[in-house]
Design a protein around this ligand. Structure first.
Ligand code: AP5
Ligand code: MG
Ligand code: ZN
Length: 215
């Protein structure tokens, strides 16, 4: 099954994608995670991307289009993929259509997770992340031991872009550049809306109802 998990920063894309990827045995492809891994490793791509990410701006389209093309051509995408954080602009969406036609894996669905702005700010400002990919929330999903990852024992940290001023900028960029994709995919007959504001498990159940149709 070939799905885009779509939604504003903090909608819960990463949280849901982790569960869905295990349940349906398809890779979770998060462009944010790929970029952050590059930043940590100090690659050329990482150095370039960090300037944009720290300001809450989008990394240039051409960089992302190359990155996602390489990733989708990897063998683990043979049975499908779950995209998280891509596409974020109309040119990225147009490029994606071309790539998916080439590899003959067209989209089944774009699942749009709706959450209000103030809830997004609360979620992002309280998020704590781990290098292993887990993420927590100081109120909504706290680790067993404060500051320590349940899964790997690693030390939790706050993402550089999870400061309130950068969060507001990310939301503004979302509204300006990314939100138009809702209409874009609605016109293409691919958009399905879910309420992302409920509890993690109830949002998951709603998304599974949609994904089960593509099994
Ligand atoms: P990226 O990493 O994709 O960040 P984002 O889209 O801003 O989304 P987040 O990861 O912040 O939110 P999420 O929806 O995954 O929420 P999560 O599940 O963690 O991108 C970062 C940057 O990289 C961009 O700003 C840009 O610079 C660059 N970039 C990436 N892709 C790009 C692209 N395609 N083009 C250009 N640039 C790109 O949940 C958030 C918090 O809420 C957590 O603490 C979680 O525990 C909690 N939570 C989750 N669900 C619930 C719930 N139901 N109830 C209560 N709390 C919940
Ligand atoms: Mg994420
Ligand atoms: Zn961890």
């Amino acid at each position: 099954m070939n799905v885009v998990l779509f939604g504003p920063p903090g909608a819960g894309k990463g949280t849901q994608a982790k569960e869905l990827s295990q349940k349906y045995d398809i890779p979770h492809i998060s462009t944010g995670d790929i970029l952050r891994a590059n930043v940590r490793e100090g690659t050329e791509l990482g150095l370039k991307a960090k300037e944009y990410m720290d300001k809450g701006e989008l990394v240039p389209d051409q960089v992302l289009i190359g990155l996602i093309k390489d990733r989708l051509e990897e063998p683990d995408c043979a049975n499908g993929y779950l995209l998280d954080g891509y596409p974020r602009t109309i040119p990225q969406a147009d490029a994606l259509t071309g790539i998916l036609n080439e590899i003959n894996k067209p989209l089944d669905s774009v699942i749009n997770m709706g959450v209000g702005d103030e809830e997004l700010v609360k979620r992002l400002s309280g998020r704590r992340s781990c290098k292993c990919g887990e993420s927590y929330h100081i109120m909504f999903n706290s680790p067993k031991e404060e500051g320590v990852c349940n899964a790997c024992g690693g030390q939790l940290y706050q993402r550089d872009d999870d400061r309130e001023d950068v969060i507001r900028q990310r939301l503004a960029v979302y509204n300006d550049k990314t939100k138009p994709l809702i209409e874009y995919y609605d016109n293409a007959g691919l958009l399905v809306n879910v309420d992302g504001a409920g509890l993690v498990d109830s949002v998951l159940a709603d998304i599974c109802k949609i994904m089960d149709q593509y099994k």
